[in-house]
Design a protein around this ligand. Sequence first.
Ligand code: HEC
Length: 96
Amino acid sequence: MNYIMSLITTFGPIFSSNQAYFEKNVRPVIEAKCASCHAGMAGQDWTQYKSAKRAMSKINFRVFVLKNMPPMSSPALTAQESSILKSWIDSEKSEN
Ligand code: HEC
């Protein structure tokens, strides 16, 4: 536990907790449900934190407002995946 805390302290300034959350929880969701299509599209490799963060509002809009991503032909987000994605977006927003 102390070891983990010291890692967080050490990397804190360059590795935000939002990014840590993204790497651990959000990336696997994107890999499972979005990357098969989007990783190949220009600028849409959202398995990378920076590009995902840049596209965050669009992702929010399509997944949670229009609810048309992933497309109906593809496996939907599970309730858990959906809440992971939503919590990440909410905490990024509250930081700005
Ligand atoms: C089966 C392939 C496929 C999957 C899976 C998929 N998408 Fe898409 N997505 C597309 C295509 C094709 C477009 C472009 C056409 C359109 O806008 O509907 C698109 C468009 C989008 C856009 C708009 C991009 C822009 O620049 O305007 C967003 C945001 C998006 N998808 C997010 C997601 C997210 C987040 C996931 C995973 C939860 C996902 N998509 C899963 C095929 C897919």
